[in-house]
Ligand binder design. Sequence first.
Ligand SMILES: Nc1ncnc2c1ncn2[C@@H]1O[C@H](COP(=O)(O)OP(=O)(O)OP(=O)(O)O)[C@@H](O)[C@H]1O
Ligand SMILES: [Mg+2]
Length: 216
Amino acid sequence: MLIDKSDILAWLSQCATTYAEQMHFLTELDRDIGDADHGVNMHRGFQHVAALLPAIERHDIGTLFKNTGMTLFSSVGGASGPLYGTFFVCAASAAGARTSLTLKDLLDAMSVGIDGVVARGKAALGDKTLCDVWLPVLETAKQALSDGIEPMQILALIESSAEQCVINTIMMQAKKGRASYLGERSIGHQDPGATSSMLMLKTLHHTIRKRVSGTP
Ligand SMILES: Nc1ncnc2c1ncn2[C@@H]1O[C@H](COP(=O)(O)OP(=O)(O)OP(=O)(O)O)[C@@H](O)[C@H]1O
Ligand SMILES: [Mg+2]
């Protein structure tokens, strides 16, 4: 199965819908351990990305990712704009001038993206950040790929393992960002950035499944 440019465009556009729908939920999560802006940040950022897509839709996937990242940098303040911006700009360099990707190519690009986030934000596994979704999920997905599991099954596995990773953040103590100021009081709350990352991956699965099977 190839993931082509139209899948990437549909995914990025659908992310704008997802974050519009989930804005309140993400903001409430951030109210518990942050400053109640994560939902607004993701919503604003992806509204700008969706508005930009028609102007860049003829370009390759690397260019789509790069423009997505630059738009998130320029339209979202706080931690998440630069972090998700870095993710897409770094993923762009791995996707390059291609107009279609295998699932392995996409996972590799995402790994380059999250490596950039780690280099920038210095979060380690267990620090209760969005890295606690991307790092384990990508490892699980790559293992499934090398075990010969079908791409659509891997996309479903990506969604379910991302959901489990979000649950796992509840009992973590935040070591990065505003939530870390709470110390032990950050324990018992689901991390907002991990949740928005899970939603991004869930949206990827649903977007591709819809195109492949014709059902939502
Ligand atoms: N150093 C980091 N590395 C990776 N992710 C991080 C880091 N710092 C914060 N995050 C993620 O960003 C989310 C908060 O994003 P938000 O849009 O609310 O920005 P913010 O209010 O500026 O955040 P903060 O004040 O926590 O830095 C957190 O839930 C966490 O997942
Ligand atoms: Mg915040």
